[in-house]
Design a protein around this ligand. Structure first.
Ligand SMILES: Nc1ncnc2c1ncn2[C@@H]1O[C@H](COP(=O)(O)OP(=O)(O)OP(=O)(O)O)[C@@H](O)[C@H]1O
Length: 274
């Protein structure tokens, strides 16, 4: 079992934002973390990455607690891509991706052929080989997103935590990233947890789905099982139905667009009538 956590809870100050979160991530599994804004997805990913000290519970990789693991060793097992990563403006794509190898090089071992190959592979996978010498400021939002994905890939970790990896991407690159995630899991046995807002992409690509509501896990199971519940409607406060799309694929959620507003757009008139 590459990544596990049990009864993981995180508080910011006195406010508990993740409460009793459980995960048992298998080798090669793709797990979607879904839930409304502010439900705790990013917090869960940060806690899984060992970046936040939990108020309770613990995270382990192959049974070893991550908080006892030296950072470099942890980075060889686990790559984490936050929602809004930052880097110095002048950094080039190649430099950023090169940094992804930091866990594999050290005081006594510089960059070798293996590292150069991993960097080339990571750039190719994200279609960035031609932009390697561009600085990050000279990229579009989507290209920058792919540069960060590339850096995470160069890390060649067996566990990949991705926080909304398709957010800034056009539909073509969204599909490419999801295909890449699928190939990494199936061909290389990489276990992936990704926070994602597109429910139907999660239904199509992921083996299992964890649904969070106000910091609590309200569902953990496969997409077919989720489609058998009314949780999506309840948790996201929408109307819709799951509709079949193909015999061998999980159904997709067809949301009903009510074209109604829950708040008045018209400003109340004053006594003067204006
Ligand atoms: N550094 C912080 N300090 C205090 N509260 C925080 C901090 N980061 C997040 N929160 C709060 O914790 C809760 C969970 O936030 P989190 O970012 O994990 O949600 P999320 O599900 O990833 O949301 P989104 O879909 O909007 O990205 C929210 O109520 C948020 O306001």
């Amino acid at each position: 079992m590459p990544l596990t956590c049990s009864q993981l809870s995180v508080a910011y100050g006195r406010r508990m934002v993740l409460d009793g979160f459980d995960l048992a991530l298998e080798k090669g599994e793709i797990r979607a973390l879904i839930g409304p804004n502010g439900s705790g997805k990013s917090t869960a990913l940060q806690a899984l990455a060992g970046l936040i000290r939990p108020a309770a519970g613990s995270v382990a990789i192959d049974g070893r607690p991550v908080d006892a693991m030296p950072r470099r060793e942890l980075a060889r097992h686990l790559a984490y891509l936050p929602q809004q990563p930052t880097a110095p403006d002048e950094m080039t794509v190649a430099q950023l991706v090169r940094q992804g190898r930091f866990a594999h090089v050290g005081l006594f071992r510089g960059y070798g052929p293996d590292d150069e190959q991993a960097i080339r592979w990571a750039l190719e996978c994200t279609g960035l080989s031609g932009l390697a010498d561009r600085s990050l400021t000279e990229l579009s939002g989507g290209e920058r997103q792919r540069a960060w994905i590339s850096a995470a890939l160069a890390q060649e970790a067996q566990i990949l935590l991705l926080d909304e990896p398709t957010t800034f991407l056009d539909i073509g690159y969204q599909v490419e990233v999801l295909d890449l995630v699928y190939r990494l899991s199936r061909d290389r046995g990489v276990a992936i947890v990704m926070a994602i807002h597109d429910l139907n992409q999660a239904m199509s690509v992921c083996d299992r789905i964890s649904l969070l509501e106000r910091g609590s896990l309200v569902f953990d199971g496969d997409p077919h099982a989720l489609a058998g519940t009314s949780l999506i409607e309840q948790v996201f406060r929408v109307h819709g139905t799951f509709v079949p799309i193909a015999a061998d694929a999980p159904p997709h959620f067809d949301v009903e667009l009510a074209r109604r507003s829950s708040f008045a757009l018209q400003r109340p008139r004053t006594a003067s009538g204006r």
